[in-house]
Design a protein around this ligand. Structure first.
Ligand code: AMP
Length: 190
């Protein structure tokens, strides 16, 4: 299996790139943000619990997020591998993902991080908010809070993956095709 964590702040292009890469490498794309939005839309118990966090750009508690992600992984096995998009976002999630992979006799092969300046992120998210229908994209205050949460709680995962030489930074500015090529250059060398 090939298991990739696609990493980066909100608006870095993780979702766009993940949907291209999943076809190219025949991997399963798991986005915890999409899973929460699905549950919120369908008014499930999980959706009701998650909504107050997602609406304000805060992280949903680890126990809920981890349980949801683990169940999704099980649903798709056996497969050629996963692209994790938006997960892990905390050290507890990263550790739990390592344990989950180990249980399946597998590992995370790489964290590929899309690097984009904050002001470009805000611009992209406001633009996306015009059509995405996402409440957390519609408001600049919430967008800036999501970026802050990324730096406060998620960015430390860079050192978590660097410790095992699995961190690969990629320039996330340019055309979609150019960025895909930069990511593929990393994956093809794994
Ligand atoms: P995203 O689509 O990845 O930007 O996620 C949208 C929102 O879903 C985030 O702002 C969080 O509220 C929630 N969320 C998504 N993934 C996670 C995660 N791994 N841990 C906690 N909350 C998450």
């Amino acid at each position: 299996m090939t298991n990739i964590v696609l990493f980066g702040p909100p608006g870095a292009g993780k979702g766009t790139q993940a949907s291209i890469l999943k076809d190219k490498y025949q991997l399963v794309h798991l986005s915890t943000g999409d899973m929460f939005r699905y549950n919120i839309k369908n008014k499930t118990e999980l959706g009701k619990l998650a909504q107050s966090y997602t609406d304000n750009g805060k992280l949903v508690p680890d126990d809920l997020t981890i349980k949801m992600l683990n169940a999704e992984v099980d649903r798709y096995l056996p497969c050629k591998g996963f692209i994790f998009d938006g997960f892990p976002r905390t050290e507890a999630q990263a550790k739990s993902l390592d344990e989950l992979m180990l249980e399946k006799s597998n590992v995370i092969d790489a964290m590929v991080a899309l690097e984009v300046d904050d002001e470009v992120l805000v611009e992209r998210l406001l633009e996306r908010g015009k059509t995405s229908g996402r409440p957390d994209d519609a408001n600049e205050k919430v967008i800036r809070n999501r970026i802050k949460v990324y730096y406060d709680e998620t960015a430390i995962l860079k050192s978590y993956y660097q410790q095992s030489d699995k961190y690969y930074g990629v320039d996330g500015v340019g055309s979609i095709e150019d960025i895909t090529k930069r990511i593929c250059d990393v994956i093809d060398k794994l």
